[in-house]
Design a protein around this ligand. Structure first.
Ligand code: GAR
Length: 209
């Protein structure tokens, strides 16, 4: 069984998290289970949803630690207890601490609501991303599932899917059109990884079906 841990943030709704949990249970992500959801606030909507779905949760709040190293140690300890084969960031908005990236090389995935390397980086999350897309005048946008490295949104890209930008779109309508595509793209990416069909070769990721 592939053990998946999901990291969310304080404000996460948890829709990607829920899609992953349900895809594991339905066998769409084969031989896999979500063993833990870790967030930064006990009352985060995503953690509440995870508990309703019967998944064990843990809280590691960066604000409760005197410095970033101690936060990283605590998060690493909680992750090690869960013994994940794969870690999925689902609305995790911080830079993942280096010790965690180093402990799980090419075993951490993130979903981003734009076609990276466009519209990524520090502070680019949620509706801000869609607002920037609209301001740029682009006619297509999309989502990216990528491996996590030590910087914001720069790791090797595994999958991308596009959606059109319509003339009357707002950040909200664009986000709503993209969200179900995010869920499907993330499920597909995780399936490829757990089935051993993914090779990271420098910046390029090859899928061997
Ligand atoms: C998703 O749209 C995800 O792509 C985005 O946060 C949202 C979380 O929603 N992630 C980022 O912006 C990362 N930079 P969810 O809690 O419903 O899955």
């Amino acid at each position: 069984m592939n053990r998946i841990a999901i990291l969310v943030s304080g404000a996460s709704r948890g829709s990607n998290m829920q899609a992953i949990i349900e895809a594991c249970r339905a066998g769409r992500i084969p031989d896999s289970e979500v063993v833990a959801v870790i967030g930064s606030r006990d009352d985060a909507p995503a953690l509440q949803k995870a508990r309703t779905l019967g998944i064990s949760t843990a809280v590691v709040n960066p604000k409760e630690f005197p410095d970033a190293d101690m936060y990283a140690d605590a998060l690493l300890w909680v992750l090690q207890k869960a013994q994940p084969d794969l870690i999925c960031l689902a609305g995790y908005m911080r830079l993942l601490p280096k010790p965690i990236v180093q402990a799980y090389p090419w075993r951490i995935l993130n979903i981003h609501p734009a076609l990276l390397p466009l519209f990524g980086g520090r502070g680019m999350y949620g509706l801000k991303v869609h607002q920037a897309v609209l301001e740029s005048g682009l006619k297509v946008t999309g989502c990216t599932v990528h491996f996590v490295d030590e910087n914001y949104d720069t790791g090797p890209i595994l999958l991308q899917r596009c959606v059109p930008v319509q003339d009357d779109d707002t950040a909200e309508t664009l986000a709503a059109r993209l969200l179900p595509i995010e869920h499907e793209t993330y499920i597909e990416a995780i399936r490829l990884v757990v089935q051993g069909k993914v090779r990271v070769e420098g910046r390029r990721v090859r899928v061997v079906e």
